[in-house]
Ligand binder design. Sequence first.
Ligand code: PEP
Length: 254
Amino acid sequence: MQKERKLIIAGNWKMNKTVAEAVDLVNDLKLSLAPIKEVDIVVCPPYTALSEVSKAMIQSNLRLGAQNMSEQNSGAFTGEIAAGMLKEFSVRYVILGHSERRQYQKESDELIAKKALAAHLASLKPIICVGELLAEREAGLMEQVLETQVRGSLAGLSKEQMEETILAYEPVWAIGTGRTATAAQAQEAHAFIRGLLVKMFDENVARRVRIQYGGSVKGANARELMSQPDVDGALVGGASLEARSFADIIKNSI
Ligand code: PEP
């Protein structure tokens, strides 16, 4: 499949996997995904497994991401992890503003924007998640919600930083529910987000930014989703926890 932008497919393991399980999974992924060059492949284990997974990934085409980070660089912030600490394990990407963190940790767009700036200052590429709730979609508020989240979460980024930022459109009603957005729904939301990037930055930036779709992506629906012109990859939860299902998504996307 010829795409304008290189696909980026990331697995968000959330609060799953012991260190040993994480290393096993990455070793299996290394074997099955070794020949693939067409997709940027990222795995995001829990913090506790970053060190060993990072070692297991050396000389592979897999890249390491974290699931969150602090907006602070250091200091008295109990339980937090700074960008510089992630860099020690060769982490290159960091998921910010996942809907679970927006919901359970009450993360605001303002906080996410601060984290995004801190990530860029440490040369980490943020994967910034946005997406509407089912009630918001049904009330016809999807565009309004996305505009607020996109403008708020990207506030203060330069054009150069924006080009190194990945967005993930994750309709909350599709996350972990088995209910995937149709390819047309995903394309509509992605095109809307790209249009916002034109207004906020410019055409060139908007053309370069990769926008992932997230929400019950599996091998069976990956091809149709990835074939949409404005869908540039996937952020995968459940199906990234097993090598076979994650590899299927990647293989079916190219
Ligand atoms: C996610 O949590 O980002 C996600 C998309 O989960 P799932 O693939 O399980 O819907």
